[in-house]
Design a protein around this ligand. Structure first.
Ligand code: CA
Length: 438
């Protein structure tokens, strides 16, 4: 696990003045990665790092000669249209570029003269999915979500007996993962009302979001060579916000016996910025397993994982309806939660994923599963907030929701705050529901 170093020093400030504002998600202690180009241009997409309201264009920065040695080679890898090659380089290269960027962006840095010409305002760019995602695996690590949803689908048997032993997951669809700003059609699908004799085809009536943390794999493992829990973190490049849209009525009809299929594969949205594991180092915290619960099998347990395995990331979900947009009223908050409630850690997910010899590859993506907290108001989906559609939510402007309506935009945000540490943020992920194509 990354040790704290000079790049985490809370007293550091940048010559990019917007980075020094207290509420800024991207101070010099963060330095997250994205792939971008100027909006509506025919420029090549390339890697960039956020600083304040600007982006360091890593292709331009590399050409400007501000980096040397390993940091220079790392910046070169980031000049490509995807970050896969950089992600593959591993922790030493990631740290070298982070340190070089931190030194070059500090107040008083000599590199300012060269680097100031490599900045692009975030307001002027469009983003794309930052790497080629070969495979996407969706976990189910919130026991609060699993218990509530289980009780809706199976009132007599909410939490299946394997849950406390196995980090449950399934193989998701990578091709329909889109970048923040994604608009997608309400999915069509087979559904069957409980009292109906036969299913029918129609637009999803119970469309939902899932508040998740996305996990990008950096360096992978060879087939047949599991990653041990103590090395797992070295294979994780960073985290993002992830909205894993779900069609609950399609899911209810199709999910047994093999799990979700078309209810999950029509769209999933990632935030543009990947917050690196190194940037998140100050926000690691102890992971505990209730003494009443089964303790993890040895391959899922380690001192390191217990001491610092969890991430303290505050998460929130907001909804902006078509009415709010037309009346120019702000989006309303639906819930707040934290990644700290996760029953399984990122290290456990990686160790479990590879224990059978499965090879993870640079750019592979893991969803954490919906991150619901222990209280009802901390639920990470409408399915939970509306008690399976039985209790509509009344929004501040008088509108009500059980599930999403056409035109609804869902906005998710994440932020890490801790005493004595410079706060960092994840930016946001936004996606909008369009009418079904019937
Ligand atoms: Ca999910």
């Amino acid at each position: 696990m990354t040790q704290l170093n000079e790049t985490h020093d809370p007293s550091l400030t940048s010559w990019v003045l917007s980075a020094n504002e207290v509420s800024c998600d991207f101070p010099i202690q963060n330095l997250p990665f994205a792939v971008f180009r100027r909006r509506e241009s025919d420029e090549k997409f390339r890697g960039g790092v956020a600083i304040g309201n600007q982006i360091v264009d890593l292709s331009a920065a590399q050409r400007s000669g501000v980096f040397s040695d390993l940091a220079e080679r790392a910046a070169q890898a980031c000049s490509q249209t995807t970050l896969n090659e950089y992600m593959k380089m591993g922790t030493t290269a990631w740290s070298a570029l982070r340190l070089a960027l931190s030194r070059a962006l500090r107040e008083g840095a000599e590199a300012q003269n060269k680097l100031k010409n490599c900045l692009v305002p975030q307001a002027d760019v469009e983003f794309t999915v930052p790497c080629k995602i070969g495979d996407y695996t969706d976990f189910y690590t919130s026991i609060h979500h699993a218990t509530t949803v289980g009780s809706l689908f199976r009132p007599d048997n909410p939490l299946l007996p394997n849950y406390k032993w196995v980090p449950i997951g399934y193989h998701g669809r990578a091709s329909s993962i889109g970048i923040s700003g994604q608009n997608f059609r309400r999915p069509m699908g087979q559904t069957k009302a409980p009292d109906a004799l036969e299913p029918n085809l129609g637009p999803c009536k119970r469309l939902d979001y899932e508040l998740e943390v996305g996990i990008y794999i950096g360096s992978g493992n060879d087939m047949g060579e599991p990653i041990s829990i103590d090395n797992a973190e070295e294979h994780v490049f960073g985290l993002c916000l992830f909205n894993d849209w779900s069609a609950r009525d399609i899911q209810a009809w199709e999910y047994q016996p093999l799990g979700p299929f078309l209810s999950k594969s029509f769209a999933s949205t990632v935030s543009p910025w990947i917050i690196t594991t190194e940037a998140l180092a100050p926000f690691r915290s102890a992971w505990t397993r209730d003494s009443e619960d089964p303790q993890p099998l040895p391959y899922l347990d380690s001192e390191k994982n217990r001491a610092k395995g969890a991430y303290d990331i505050q998460l929130e979900v907001l909804l902006e309806s078509e009415k709010m947009r037309s009346e120019n009223t702000p989006a309303v908050k639906l819930s707040e939660s934290s990644f700290i409630y996760s029953y399984w850690t990122v290290g456990q997910m990686v160790a479990h994923h590879t224990i059978n010899g499965c090879n993870l590859e640079p750019g592979d993506f893991l969803g954490s599963g919906t991150q619901s907290g222990p209280n009802h108001k901390e639920a990470g989906s409408l399915l939970e907030l509306s008690m399976g559609g039985k209790q509509p939510l009344t929004l501040q402007n008088g509108e009500t929701r059980t599930f999403l309506q056409d035109g609804d935009a869902i906005i998710m945000r994440g932020r890490c705050e801790k005493e004595g540490v410079k706060a960092i943020g994840f930016g946001e992920v936004v996606g909008t529901v369009l009418p079904a194509k019937e």
